[in-house]
Design a protein around this ligand. Structure first.
Ligand code: ADP
Length: 309
């Protein structure tokens, strides 16, 4: 069983400059290097699920500009379905302006949603049959909320499980919380949503319970180098992190979500999918970048087998 995964979310082009230090307001600093690459949580998670072996369709929106071409070229190279990469003929694609201080690794980021913040009711109608045919829907919070909520409603009415990665953190209306099958915040987002600072399993349980009191069915909390946690109505589990040599943790959450939904789409239960996500997240931190750092099926399977048998 390999059900279709539909990811509804953002594409932005990451424009990354590395500098000796971050500029102060009004100051110009000479950068050392520049890189341009595909990004956005929706896109990154779709790539992660695709590389993990999922049957993935990404729904996002780009402008008719050079960044839109970056998106299409990248998906073609990855062998991904581009039938639902919507186009805004009049507006620009999304982008993220990232400045990284080479010495401290601190960064400053400005994200402009662009086209993926302008998904229209007509766009939503166009993707309705696709959403209804999904085995699982994966969404984040980087697109305009009116379109996002409409898509979540379509999924729920069709009985399609909704996995919501609440990033970047935002409070959601009770009506939408009730429609979430599995919510997957990281520890910062979980704290934002529940007020619980997570330092150990008791806190993770408390935060998950608060979300479940709002009728979220199941909760996963990714805990970075502390591992990953999941809870359903019967039990909870905290997985230890896998020992890997971490070189760049950006995109770990995206990798986790991609691996996690791929396992769900193959029929895994919550706790097996949690292991799959933990392995995918751990492998992604061993390489630089976001989408290019996503691991492939073979390495995920190999590490999974080694760690979990
Ligand atoms: P985000 O990128 O949203 O902050 P996290 O930092 O929580 O996400 O990472 C997501 C998952 O990736 C973790 O739950 C874990 O499975 C894995 N991971 C992240 N950092 C490490 C690490 N240093 N070592 C091993 N696994 C990691």
């Amino acid at each position: 069983m390999n059900k279709r995964i539909v990811v509804f979310g953002s594409f932005v082009v990451d424009l990354t400059a590395r500098t000796p230090r971050l500029p102060t307001p009004g100051e110009t600093v000479l950068g050392k290097s520049f890189a341009m690459g595909p990004g956005g949580k929706g896109s990154n998670q779709a790539v992660a699920a695709h590389r993990a072996g999922g049957d993935v369709t990404l729904v996002t929106k780009v402008g008719r500009d050079v960044f839109g071409t970056v998106a299409m070229d990248f998906y073609h190279k990855e062998g991904m379905d581009t039938a639902y990469i919507l186009e805004d003929p009049d507006g620009e694609s999304g982008c993220a302006l990232i400045t990284v201080d080479e010495t401290t690794a601190q960064n400053e980021i400005v994200v402009v949603s662009g086209a993926c913040g302008r998904i229209t009711p007509q766009d939503v109608e166009r993707v309705r049959p696709l959403i209804q045919s999904a085995g699982v829907l994966l969404v984040q919070l980087e697109v305009n909320f009116d379109a996002l909520f409409a898509v979540i409603r379509i999924a729920r009415e069709a009985g399609v499980p909704v996995v919501l990665n609440p990033a970047p953190a935002a409070k959601l209306p009770p009506e939408i919380m009730r429609m979430v099958t599995i919510m997957t915040p990281n520890e910062t987002e979980a704290e934002f949503l529940t007020g619980v600072r997570i330092t150990g399993p008791e806190d993770a349980c408390r935060a998950a319970e608060i979300l479940m009191e709002q009728d979220v069915e199941q909760v996963v909390i990714t805990l970075g180098a502390m591992g990953a946690f999941a809870m359903n109505r019967e039990r909870w589990e905290l997985l230890a992190p896998l020992e890997v040599e971490a070189v760049d943790t950006t995109g770990a959450g995206d990798a986790f979500n991609g691996g996690f939904v791929t396992a769900l789409a193959e029929g895994a239960d919550l706790f097996t999918a949690l292991r799959y996500g933990n392995v995918t997240g751990a492998l992604s931190v061993t390489r630089c970048g976001t989408a290019p750092a996503m691991p492939g099926r073979a390495e995920i399977e190999a590490l999974y087998k080694k760690v979990y048998g």
